[in-house]
Design a protein around this ligand. Structure first.
Ligand code: PEP
Length: 249
């Protein structure tokens, strides 16, 4: 059985006090669920969030990391720094990292390798832009993002990979892919993995959907056969909304 996951990407939101407050509210209201619940606060608040959630059902993960082991990379954070404070998972390839920080699939392949070397799990984000979909290139774009960043991996590495399909046109826009559009792409992604790695890897990899998921559309999206949960941006910043989305699993 594939793992169901609901992950909240807090992006550059919530200072230390607000981080503590939101985690307290989430812990008080977390429903019984088969899903793994993940939150990704900003770097400076990770250590306190790890401490606050110790022994609870919430896993705290990082939003990014650098590919190098260490050295002269001002402002960056290494895998060792993350694992040393108890972080076991990192989000890589978010569309905002790709758009504003020029992260390419070649660079992301390096980041993935570094994370796996440090025995971290990776939530790998990818997805087409609006123009790609209008040009009917969305399947091509998604296929090459996957291949260029992940298909150098051996079969064994895939137990530590979680995929997050996030059409860029649906992120933070209020525009959601329809459940049918999400399912169509998730099925394509699973088939692409099946062709390269076989049934075991394809059937066991969790594929999350991200893009304007809200409490009122979560259930329908999560009920699609190849959708194993969601990566949530805006709606993960309020406990009520995030809990509502978790209840959609
Ligand atoms: C995201 O940034 O990963 C995301 C899905 O954002 P939102 O839910 O706000 O569209």
């Amino acid at each position: 059985m594939r793992q169901k996951i609901v992950a909240g990407n807090w992006k550059m939101n919530k200072n230390a006090g607000q981080t503590q407050e939101l985690i307290t509210e989430l812990l008080q209201n977390l429903p019984q669920t088969e899903a793994k619940v993940i939150i990704a606060p900003t770097f400076v608040n990770l250590a306190q969030a790890v401490n606050q959630t110790k022994g609870t059902a919430i896993e705290v993960v990082a939003q990014n990391m650098h590919q190098a082991e260490g050295g002269a990379f001002t402002g960056e954070i290494s895998a060792d720094m993350l694992t040393n404070i108890g972080i076991k998972t990192v989000i890589l390839g978010h569309s905002e990292r790709r758009a504003y920080f020029h992260e390419t699939d070649a660079l992301l392949a390096n980041k993935v390798d570094t994370a796996l070397k440090h025995e971290m799990k990776v939530i790998f984000c990818f997805g087409e832009e609006l123009k790609d979909r209008q040009d009917k290139q969305h399947f091509n774009v998604v296929e090459y993002q996957l291949k260029d960043a992940l298909f150098h991996l051996g079969e064994d590495a895939w137990k530590n990979i979680i995929l997050a399909y996030e059409p860029v046109w649906a992120i933070g826009t209020g525009e959601t892919a329809s459940p049918e559009q999400a399912q169509e792409m998730h099925k394509f992604i699973r088939e692409t993995i099946l062709e390269r790695y076989g049934n075991d890897v394809a059937e066991n990899v969790s594929i999350l959907y991200g893009g304007s998921v809200k409490p009122d559309n979560a259930k329908e999206i999560f009920s699609q056969a190849d959708v194993d949960g969601g990566l949530i941006g805006g709606a993960s910043l309020k406990a009520d909304d995030f809990v509502g989305i978790i209840n959609g699993i």
